[in-house]
Design a protein around this ligand. Structure first.
Ligand code: NAD
Ligand code: LMR
Length: 345
């Protein structure tokens, strides 16, 4: 990750270590929703990742144009764009090992992520159906909101197709960790890359649970009003962007960065690198007894996807309260997704 980050930050050529591993491990990535606010910069960042060797861009508009543009970047990934015509979706998914899905509508001010459910559920369901058919063994990285519900929707589609592997389905919650790192490092005057704040739970205001006590710099924020403000800023960082963009959408560029970081971590783990850990929303045993079948926590990634799901660990009474507020909301969001697929198969 640090090599990718360094090359992204400096614009320098990625290290020869990364180039040599890409020569051994071919990695085909498909982006569904590749022409959108997230899709375009994410596709560019994936093209800039030397571990990606094939990049297939699908969207219902503009994807061949985006691919033609990005394809001129002189990195190894062979890039092709597909529209909906001529079985474009299936062609884009052919041979994909990672399928990244940022397709769907974003929020406008005053909306919650759950308000996107009616539109995005069917988009995600249909894309998942195609993936279950064409590349059932691919790792699926879900960005489309509401993530708390769209991930269970994908799981149900894969179960119905008889190809569900819980180790290969991820809700991308990396943006929460990215924001928490940025906001805390601003307070603690630390380097953001060294300021790691695990965020557990889900991906919506009340379900995002930042564990500041587990960050080395967490003690820079004393309990009380200051702590509460920081927690609120991490939980509602998405709203900050929605408001600042004044009806033009939600976070796209920071999200593209976060998804590129997560994709790179997963590819490195698939390629055999050990000890790759990211927070991600997965089919998790941690709170199943409370009706929460999906939960984000630290996950060690490996060649098959999820290798080990880590419990939240020791947390403070304040964090315990946040977790108590998260679990019932998360359970509701998950059930909504599962029920919707059963009624709209
Ligand atoms: P956008 O409207 O700019 O782009 C969405 C793209 O999806 C468009 O290009 C559109 O043509 C495409 N699309 C729509 N239906 C499609 C289909 N059936 N097949 C393929 N492509 C299709 O939106 P955006 O800002 O890129 O956001 C996309 C989604 O990501 C939203 O739901 C948003 O809420 C979510 N999001 C999630 C996170 C996160 O942390 N997980 C962060 C930011 C945004
Ligand atoms: C985010 O956290 O920025 C995304 O989930 C988009 C949103 O709707 O806030």
């Amino acid at each position: 990750r640090s090599a990718l980050r360094a090359s992204m930050r400096s614009g320098a050529a990625p290290s020869s270590r990364l180039f040599s591993s890409s020569a051994i491990n071919n990695k085909a990535v498909a982006v569904l929703g590749a022409s959108g606010g997230i899709g375009q910069p994410l596709s560019l960042l994936l093209k800039n990742d030397p571990l990606v060797t094939k990049l297939s861009l699908f969207d219902i508009r503009l994807a061949p144009g985006v691919a033609a543009d990005i394809g001129h970047v002189n990195t190894p990934a062979v890039t092709t764009g597909y529209g909906a015509e001529d079985n474009g979706l299936e062609k884009a998914l052919e041979g994909a090992e990672l399928v990244v899905i940022p397709a769907g509508v974003p929020r406008k001010p005053g909306m919650t992520r759950d308000d996107l459910f009616n539109t995005n559920a069917s988009i995600v369901r249909d894309l998942a159906k195609a993936a279950a058919k064409v590349c059932p063994k691919a790792h699926l990285l879900i960005i489309s909101n509401p993530v708390n519900s769209t991930v269970p929707i994908v799981a149900e589609v894969f179960k119905k197709a008889g190809v569900y592997d819980p180790k290969r389905l991820f809700g991308v919650t990396t943006l929460d960790v990215t924001r928490a790192s940025t906001f805390l490092s601003g307070i603690a005057s630390s380097h953001p890359a060294e300021t790691i704040v695990p965020c557990v739970g889900g991906h919506s205001g009340p379900t995002i649970v930042p564990l500041l006590s587990q960050a080395k710099q967490g003690s820079a924020v004393k309990a009380g009003e200051f702590y509460e403000k920081l927690v609120h800023r991490i939980q509602y960082g998405g709203d900050e962007v929605v408001k600042a963009k004044v009806s033009a959408g939600s976070a796209t560029l920071s999200m593209a960065y976060a998804a590129a970081v997560f994709s790179n971590s997963l590819i490195r783990a698939i390629n055999g690198e050990g000890n790759v850990v990211e927070c991600t929303y997965v089919d998790s045993p941690l709170y199943k007894d409370q009706g929460v079948d999906f939960f984000s926590s630290k996950v060690t990634l490996g060649p098959e996807g999820v290798k080990e799901i880590h419990p939240v660990g020791q947390i403070t009474p304040e964090e315990e309260k946040l977790l108590e507020a998260c679990l019932p909301e998360l359970s509701k969001n998950i059930k909504k997704g599962v029920q919707w697929v059963s009624e709209n198969p």
